[in-house]
Design a protein around this ligand. Sequence first.
Ligand SMILES: Cc1cc2nc3c(=O)[nH]c(=O)nc-3n(C[C@H](O)[C@H](O)[C@H](O)COP(=O)(O)OP(=O)(O)OC[C@H]3O[C@@H](n4cnc5c(N)ncnc54)[C@H](O)[C@@H]3O)c2cc1C
Length: 385
Amino acid sequence: MTLERSIGPITEEQAAVATVARQFAAARLAPRAAERDRTGAYPLEEMGALGELGLLAMKVPDSEGGGGTDNVGYVLAMEAIAEACASTAVILASSNLVAKLLCDYGTPAQKAKWLRPYTQGRLGAAAFALSEPGCGSDAAALTTTAKKDGDSWILDGAKMWITSGAHAGFHLVFARSDGPGPGGISCFIVDRGTPGLTIGKEEDKMGQRASGTVALHFDGCRLPADHLLGERGHGYAVALGALGAGRVGIAALSIGLAEAAFGYGLAYARERKAFGKAVVDFQNTQFVLADCRTELDAAWLLSLRAARLLDTGDKAAAESSMAKLFATEASSRIIDKMLQLHGGYGYSRDYAIERLYRDSRVTRIYEGSSEIQRIVIARDLLGKR
Ligand SMILES: Cc1cc2nc3c(=O)[nH]c(=O)nc-3n(C[C@H](O)[C@H](O)[C@H](O)COP(=O)(O)OP(=O)(O)OC[C@H]3O[C@@H](n4cnc5c(N)ncnc54)[C@H](O)[C@@H]3O)c2cc1C
């Protein structure tokens, strides 16, 4: 069954970005994915190349130096990258989110200073710093402060779990500039190496081990006034808007992991013999494969529906959440079943399925946990927006 038959026509441009991503993933990401997992080494070298290919800013228009694709193109490319290396895929997810925000909210001067060099691959990845040690799901409770001091802003506080935090050329940091609640939050651009910003130790994670996840500490971190992105007090709305579209990207990332796992599971079941026949010849195996393929196609359909709605400018918050909720949960189920088909070998680090199992777990936690997605969906269906 071809993807196109299940999701409708893909434009030449959407197919082109997916092909670029797939070729890069096969040549530069897949061969060292296991090594990256083992060493935790951040794919620094690959970031420059991804920037030059337009993959760090896929949805930024050509005229602004970006990849010029839409959400459908982004989903296809993200799936291709994740099939090869989930650590690189999540780095791309946060970098693309930042690029789109800079494009949508940046002044011409801000775009010239950050977006242009970024899209030319000169700043490496970019980091999105919203979560804090004391709050993640309840991001509106954040306590990092931004105080106005003459022509400057001074940031104090800490961020937690920041993907690419140690390596990004710059960070988008959400901080409390005004009163309590969502209306008191603003968004700031913070360059790597700014005095008063220190980078915490890298988190020793279960999976996606090469994505450079760190805490950021701000201690009297002084920023010129023009580092405020968007309007003062509008930071929370900016963050939430970005996350809605970002969720479709994480859905695609989890589909990429599940597609890879499905390929490994099928190949192993064809090769492995038990009770005198190939494991794939047991009806139970065939039913497992049929169920997994069905779930995978359902995840694709939900994700492409959300991406298409985003592209036509329709309201898509609930649909994006459904895509993320279903795709990430289905991906975990599928990878678990594919590991089961490997028997004892699936439990060994010598087999890629073991890494995929660990890599997939976090997709149900970050960019809004499964519980938060259910809240968004329920709020929409009960009309409480
Ligand atoms: C590897 C990794 C990379 C990350 N990258 C980034 C990044 O680049 N930038 C960034 O800003 N953040 C990042 N995060 C943070 C991530 O977005 C948060 O971990 C996530 O939002 C959950 O927040 P929390 O960890 O504080 O959990 P909590 O918010 O403390 O939640 C704990 C549990 O309670 C549940 N829960 C919370 N509220 C409700 C509710 N109202 N109803 C029902 N259940 C609820 C949650 O679903 C969860 O199961 C990353 C996290 C990880 C692990």
